[in-house]
Design a protein around this ligand. Structure first.
Ligand SMILES: [Zn+2]
Length: 570
C-alpha cells in the first residue's frame, strides 16, 4: 500500500473526546471514526487489523470443532417473549416496528435465534454435540458509550453456541473453549486472565470472563495473591472479617443529634464501623427493599439483584424512601412492617450492634439478630474487598481493574426448556438440550490490544494483527537513486507476500518517523543517502530503540524470516 493513496489521515493532536489510550491512538492513526455515540466506522487500517483478529478467532473456533454460519440482525420479538428475556435487557434492547406493526429486535445476542434454528433440526442424541458460531454486528443501547471501541452500541461479535446431550459433554466443551480463547488472546498479544463472572442477563449457571488487567478497564477484579482464585467484583466472594461475639446485652436507645452516616455513628459512640448495622434502601422493580449489612461492608448490587431475581434495581431515591415511611440516617430493621428486608450474612458475624431507631436523631445499642429483628432473606450480598481473606485459601485478596475481552457461559437448559428444544436420548426419552455460549467482541479486543501494546509515541502492534508488517520509509525521495531503490524494494517485498506500507510521501524524515511510530507497524525499513553509500537498508523494530544495517541484497530474505519468527513468538 502506498501511503500517498491510503484513505485516512494521521493526526498530530489528540482529539478532545478521547478518554483512554486506545481511543486516542485509534483516532490519531485514522483507524476509526465516530459516527454517533458508540457507533464507529473502521477505516482501511483499522479494518485490516479487525480482519486479522477475525481470522485468528475463526481459525481457533474451527480447530475446536465450530461450524460458522450467519444469523439475521432482525429478530422477531415473539422469540424474546418465548424466553421472557426482554425485561432483563430493558432499554438496552434496540427494537424497530415494521410496516405491518410487527416489533423486531436488533439482536444484542443470538441465543433465541440459534435455539429456534437448532430445535428444527436436532432430534436425537446422535445429532449432538453441535458447535455453531457467527461473527457479525450486534446492537446494545448502552446508557454510557465510552472509551472509543471499549463500550459501543453497535459492535462485531463472535458468538459460539454449543449443544449437548449431557452435562459432562458441556463441561468438556467449556474447557476446550477456554483453551481456544487462551489461544486467541495469546495470538493477539494479550495476556488475558480467566476470572469467575456473574451470568447477568444471559442466564445460566456458571460463567467466566477473560480480562486484560489495566487501569483503564471498566471492570474491577478481585484476585488472591496466594492461589488461583480470581473473580469479577460482581461475583467475588471473600471471608468477611469476624468481630468477637459477646453475650447479648439489653437494647438501649441513645440520642445521636445530627448523626447520620456510619462513620459519624461509629465516631460518636466510640466503636468500629464493624460494630454497627447499616440500612440501605433499594427500589427493585418499583418495590422498596430494606437491606441490612454490617457497617464496614458494602452491598454488592449484582448479588442483590440475583437474589431478588428482579430486572431493575437502583438505590431508592429520597422521594421513594419518604413514601415508604423510612427515615434515612436512622432507619432500623426493628419493627419494620410491610417492607421486604434482606440481610447480608455479616449480621451473624458480631453482636451488640448499633443500629438506627426509626426516629430522627436516635440510634439503638445492643441490637442482635435474630433476637431483635426478622428478615425475609439472609445471603451473601457483600462486595469483596482488598485485604479480605480468600474463599479458597487463607491468602489475602487484592483488587485491580480490567477490560473484559471475552465471556463464556454454561447455559444449561435455560433456553432449551423455555423454547422446547429437545432431543431423544439413548432410551428414547425426550430431554431439553444442554447449552453453552461463548462470546468475544472483536472491536473491544482490538482496543484492548492497543491498551496493552503502546507507548507515548504510538501503537506497537503484535506482528500477528498489525495492519502491515513493514513500514518502508525512504528519506529524500527527490533523490532519483533513493526513489528507484525504494520502488524496487517495495516491489520485491510485495512479491514475497510481505505486507508493506510504503511511505512514498514527500515529507520530512521527522514526519515520516513520527507516523511510523504512531502507526506501530512492527518493522521500519529506512533508505537514505547514508544507507545507500553502503548499499544497505536500516532496519528497526518498533519495540527496539537501536537500528541496524542490512545489505540491500539480503533484505527480502531477512524480512521473510523476521516476520515469520515474530508471528510464531506469539
Ligand atoms: Zn486464595
Amino acid at each position: 500500500m502506498r501511503f500517498s493513496r491510503l484513505f485516512g489521515k494521521t493526526l498530530k493532536e489528540t482529539p478532545s473526546e478521547a478518554d483512554t489510550p486506545s481511543h486516542r491512538l485509534l483516532l490519531r492513526t485514522g483507524m476509526i471514526q465516530q459516527v454517533a455515540a458508540g457507533v464507529y466506522s473502521y477505516l482501511p487500517l483499522g479494518w485490516q487489523v479487525l480482519r486479522k483478529i477475525e481470522q485468528i478467532i475463526r481459525e481457533e473456533m474451527n480447530k475446536a470443532g465450530g461450524q460458522e454460519l450467519m444469523l439475521p440482525t432482525l429478530q422477531p420479538f415473539e422469540l424474546w417473549e418465548e424466553t421472557g428475556r426482554y425485561p432483563s435487557f430493558g432499554k438496552t434492547l434496540f427494537s424497530v416496528t415494521d410496516r405491518r406493526e410487527h416489533t423486531l429486535v436488533l439482536g444484542p445476542t443470538h441465543e433465541e435465534i440459534i435455539t429456534d434454528l437448532v430445535r428444527r433440526y436436532v432430534q436425537s442424541y446422535r445429532d449432538l454435540p453441535l458447535l455453531l458460531y457467527q461473527i457479525q454486528n450486534k446492537f446494545r443501547d448502552e446508557p454510557r458509550p465510552r472509551g472509543g471501541l471499549l463500550r459501543v452500541r453497535e459492535f462485531i461479535m463472535k458468538d459460539l453456541y454449543s449443544f449437548h446431550s449431557d452435562d459432562a459433554d458441556l463441561d468438556r466443551c467449556y474447557q476446550e473453549m477456554i483453551q481456544a480463547y487462551k489461544n486467541v488472546y495469546s495470538r493477539c498479544g494479550l495476556p488475558a486472565v480467566v476470572v469467575e463472572a456473574d451470568s447477568g442477563a444471559i442466564g445460566g449457571k456458571e460463567s467466566h470472563e477473560f480480562m486484560l488487567i489495566t487501569e483503564t478497564g471498566d471492570d474491577e477484579i478481585v484476585y488472591c495473591s496466594n492461589c488461583d482464585y480470581a473473580a469479577n467484583i460482581e461475583k467475588a466472594c471473600s471471608i468477611k472479617p469476624k468481630v468477637e461475639a459477646k453475650p447479648p446485652l439489653p437494647l438501649e436507645e441513645i440520642a445521636t443529634p445530627n448523626i447520620k452516616t456510619i462513620e459519624e455513628v461509629a465516631n460518636f459512640v466510640g466503636i468500629a464501623a464493624s460494630q454497627t448495622l447499616k440500612a440501605v434502601f433499594y427500589s427493585a422493580d418499583n418495590a422498596i427493599v430494606f437491606v441490612v449489612i454490617r457497617g464496614d461492608i458494602d452491598v454488592n448490587e449484582t448479588k442483590l439483584k440475583n437474589l431478588l431475581k428482579c430486572s431493575e434495581l437502583h438505590l431508592a431515591t429520597e422521594a421513594e424512601t419518604k413514601a415508604a415511611g423510612l427515615i434515612a440516617g436512622s432507619a432500623s430493621p426493628i419493627d419494620i412492617k410491610g417492607i421486604k428486608i434482606v440481610a447480608d450474612d455479616s449480621i451473624n458475624l458480631g453482636s451488640n450492634f448499633v443500629a438506627g431507631a426509626n426516629k430522627p436523631d436516635t440510634h439503638i445499642k445492643n441490637v442482635n439478630y435474630p433476637r431483635d429483628f426478622e428478615v425475609d432473606l439472609v445471603a451473601d450480598i457483600a462486595t469483596a474487598r482488598s485485604g479480605d481473606e480468600c474463599p479458597k485459601c487463607n491468602g489475602k485478596l487484592q483488587t485491580s481493574h480490567g477490560i473484559e475481552v471475552g465471556h463464556v457461559f454454561k447455559l444449561g437448559i435455560f433456553y432449551s426448556e423455555k423454547m422446547g428444544a429437545s432431543f431423544l436420548d439413548q432410551n428414547g426419552v425426550s430431554r431439553p438440550i444442554i447449552m453453552g455460549t461463548y462470546g468475544i467482541g472483536l472491536g473491544r479486543l482490538l482496543a484492548a490490544a492497543v491498551e496493552q501494546n503502546h507507548d507515548d509515541k504510538g501503537i506497537i502492534w503484535p506482528a500477528t494483527i498489525a495492519p502491515y508488517h513493514i513500514y518502508l520509509c525512504p528519506l529524500r525521495l527527490e533523490n532519483p537513486e533513493i526513489a528507484k531503490t525504494a520502488e524496487k524494494l517495495y516491489q520485491d517485498l510485495t512479491k514475497e507476500e510481505l505486507e508493506v506500507l510504503f511511505d512514498d510521501r514527500n515529507e520530512s524524515p521527522g514526519v515520516k518517523f513520527n507516523d511510523a511510530d504512531l502507526l506501530g507497524i512492527p518493522l521500519r525499513l529506512t533508505i537514505s543517502p547514508r544507507t545507500l553509500e553502503s548499499q544497505s537498508v536500516e532496519i528497526k523494530w518498533r519495540t527496539e530503540k537501536q537500528a541496524e544495517l542490512i545489505p540491500l541484497a539480503e533484505i527480502t530474505k531477512a524480512m521473510k524470516k523476521f516476520i515469520q519468527e515474530a508471528k510464531q513468538n506469539r
